[in-house]
Write a protein that binds this ligand. Structure first.
Ligand code: FAD
Length: 470
């Protein structure tokens, strides 16, 4: 994967490079080795996001190890007339690239990681660039867990502050409602705490508005009291996709809110990293968690198990193991995705899923069951606290070489278009992956107040974000 982005770069000196910005030297004298500029030896690695399909070319990449350094960077960037884009991992780099980075300093939070757990209050303090894996490692010894998504190397800040859909979601709602406070560097270069009691308007805005309101250097989050969970996956050959998809759709109509699952058709490439029985195969998979006793969970899953899966890993597992159940790529990957939110899944929509999944150019066609607590706004929630709808349809394909990007984009859009009759005017912000999506559909009724608060807290539009607020 590394070769992909390296082929996009060259080795000319900073001054001669077409992407070197004349404001770079000014930043260097203010920030010295806190920043990396075009032409520096580390430039290509520093600018490389998790999504390797995105060739990020900002003015500079800043890599602060402390909150105080973030303050210095925001002040120096704004003094040089530049914008600032917080980035923890670059999972949403395609959405950020959509905003254009020609006048922007990317602030990579990769060096600002760490987690402290308070088992008594069942909360954690998480530094701004921390990944969910960092949180799970710290919470597991206390018999606690957190509302992480399907990939452990996604950041807590980027995921939670744009909503965050976990396998706990139908019981416990969106991850954003677990955020109790943030420490954030605002557009005027000041580090403030925002919570229900302090800077309450900013706290409301950042819970949904995310990086459009500042660089979050730490978060305080609630934890979940699960040491273990009943979770796993069922897998069949894709030849069984019609019966499995129909059964899952019928099952979700009465599934308890304690069950959060997904249905996927995966077209797995012939890779040596995959076990031989999966390499190069198309399979249909149901996975997720059922937050019940073993007996109740087994009874809930019985109608799906009756379809005799080839693999059945559902069992009681340590809660930290839930992050591996979805089998997301464990390393940076070049990918293109698209999604839509659906209110229902009638028979015709199940047929649409099967049609979409039969495109072997797609790596994955997925339906995530939402509803339940996901759809219920939180009492003291922020700009985003719920997501309307019953299912998220989501398509992903890989981009092995840059020339494949346009075709890959067309494939994922075509997959989502199959579901068009059931699309509703809603977007799940964490699933927006560029492509000119109208983010107001992710903010819903909060969009107006969010825009007003953007003008108040960031009047010069300093912050550029994967999910912008205008
Ligand atoms: C393999 C994979 C699996 C995923 N699984 C799920 C899932 O199960 N559920 C789900 O809901 N989503 C999921 N996502 C989507 C993911 O939650 C979003 O892409 C999320 O925005 C990634 O956050 P990040 O910080 O890791 O990425 P980045 O690209 O680094 O950040 C995305 C945006 O978040 C903001 N941000 C990040 N860090 C900070 C910070 N410290 N301060 C201020 N703003 C910040 C910025 O606005 C930034 O543009 C998945 C994505 C991938 C690629």
């Amino acid at each position: 994967m590394l070769e992909l982005i390296m082929t996009l770069s060259d080795t000319t000196t900073a001054a001669a490079r077409p992407d070197a910005d004349p404001r770079g030297p000014r930043l260097r004298s203010a920030l010295e080795d806190l920043i990396v500029l075009p032409g520096d030896a580390e430039w290509d690695l520093a600018r490389m996001p998790w999504n390797l399909a995105v060739d990020q070319r900002p003015v500079a990449v800043a890599r602060p190890p402390t909150a105080e350094d973030v303050v210095e960077i925001v002040r120096a960037a704004t003094a040089a007339g530049l914008r600032v884009a917080p980035q923890s991992t670059g999972h949403a780099a395609a959405a950020l690239a959509d905003t254009g980075l020609a006048d922007t300093v990317v602030v990579s939070l990769a060096r600002l990681r760490g987690v402290t757990v308070d088992p008594v209050s069942r909360t954690a303090r998480v530094l701004g660039g921390s990944h969910w894996n960092d949180v799970l490692e710290a919470t597991a010894p206390h018999g606690l867990t957190a509302p992480h998504g399907s990939a452990g190397d996604v950041s807590v800040a980027g995921y939670s502050l744009s909503g965050g859909l976990s396998f706990y979601a139908r019981t416990h709602g969106l991850a954003v409602n677990f955020v109790r406070a943030v420490q954030i560097v605002t557009a005027d270069g000041v580090l403030v705490r925002a919570s229900a009691e302090e800077n309450a308007d900013l706290f409301w805005a950042v819970r949904g508005g995310s990086g459009a309101f500042g660089v979050v250097v730490s978060l305080e989050i609630d934890l979940l009291p699960y040491a273990d969970v009943y979770a796993g996956m069922l897998l069949w050959d894709a030849a069984h996709a019609p019966e499995v998809a129909r059964a899952w759709a019928a099952w979700t109509a009465t599934a308890p809110e304690s069950a959060t699952t997904t249905l996927r058709i995966l077209n797995l490439p012939p890779l040596p990293e995959l076990p031989p029985f999966l390499s190069g195969r198309s399979v249909v998979v149901i996975d997720g968690a059922v937050l019940e006793t073993d007996e109740t969970a087994m009874a809930a899953l019985a109608p799906l198990r009756e379809l005799a899966p080839e693999i059945d890993t559902f069992a009681r597992i340590p809660a930290a193991g839930l992050v591996a159940v979805h089998m997301d790529p464990p390393q940076p990957t070049p990918a293109v995705t698209a999604h839509a939110v659906l209110d229902e899944l009638p028979d015709a929509a199940v047929e649409a899923f099967l049609r979409a999944g039969s495109d072997r150019a797609l790596f994955m066609t997925e339906l995530r069951h939402i509803g339940g607590a996901v759809a219920r706004p939180a009492a003291a929630g922020g700009a985003v606290s719920a997501l309307r709808g019953q299912f998220v349809c989501h398509a992903v394909t890989m981009v092995p070489v840059p020339e494949a990007a346009a075709g890959a984009d067309a494939s994922v859009r075509a997959a989502v278009a199959h579901f068009e009759p059931w699309h509703i005017d809603v977007l799940a912000l964490t699933f927006v992956d560029g492509g000119g999506a109208d983010r107001r559909l992710g903010y819903g009724k909060a969009a107006g107040r969010l825009s007003e608060l953007k003008r108040r807290f960031d009047p010069g539009a300093v912050f550029s974000a994967a999910q912008p607020v205008h």
